[in-house]
Design a protein around this ligand. Sequence first.
Ligand SMILES: Nc1ncnc2c1ncn2[C@@H]1O[C@H](COP(=O)(O)OP(=O)(O)OP(=O)(O)O)[C@@H](O)[C@H]1O
Ligand SMILES: [Mg+2]
Length: 263
Amino acid sequence: MSGEIAISVRGLRKSFGPKEVLRGVDLDIRHGETTVILGGSGSGKSTLLRCLVGLERPDAGEVRVLGTDIFSADKKTMAALRRRMGMAFQAGALFGGMTLSENVELPLLEFTDLPPTTRRIVARIKLGLVGLEDAIHRLPSQISGGMAKRAALARALALDPELLFFDEPSAGLDPITSAELDRLILELQKVFSVTTVVVTHELESAFSIADRVALMHQGQFRVVDLPEVVKEHRDPVVRDFLDRRPPSQERDAESLLRFIEDL
Ligand SMILES: Nc1ncnc2c1ncn2[C@@H]1O[C@H](COP(=O)(O)OP(=O)(O)OP(=O)(O)O)[C@@H](O)[C@H]1O
Ligand SMILES: [Mg+2]
């Protein structure tokens, strides 16, 4: 199936009030690949991700996931499709009143008929995969931020998804913990060859885990290509983002300042 299109997005538009957040998004995501979505804050990355999993309804456009047009699918089809997706979102924290095991068991409870013992065993295996076998009975308040992210990853893996979606998996972590989490995502993706979509701000992570990099700018993709191609891209918007330059107005102010200093 590798190389075939798992998710295709065409002409996606979404506004919140007068603000047009997605302005005609087109994207193809191939089976078995990790696609990393980059872009400045507010560029529409999370909104797009929510559209991809059916949590947000666009104003226009089409999203086909594993062959299903998700906005015209009936409830039953959509529920079956959701079972094939795992997600760990920016704000999608763990449930504080539940142990890590109970958190990971939740999708199993919701989507399967597995008996409690089997659910617990599956949860233990998934938490083991992310190195949390010793913390299964702890509450989210009793673990570090990095462990919480890993637990969220375990929960996303609970149903052996074919598609995995991450929104800022390493946000708020120190660079080392964040690099460990990226490595973990990469390993899991390679082992299970899950089609993975990751939204991130972290450039280093992006280029280390991506098969394909998509750069979002003002509600549209500016470039979608192999990491090495994106890295060398000459489009000024791409360069500004990758070289972390301030927007050009500020850049003008900077050069003016330098000019004055040089006088
Ligand atoms: N439910 C909503 N209601 C109103 N405005 C929204 C809603 N969701 C998102 N927005 C707005 O849409 C814009 C894009 O938001 P989005 O969360 O998609 O950006 P993002 O690229 O994920 O940013 P970040 O990198 O900061 O997470 C923002 O201006 C945001 O305020
Ligand atoms: Mg976001």
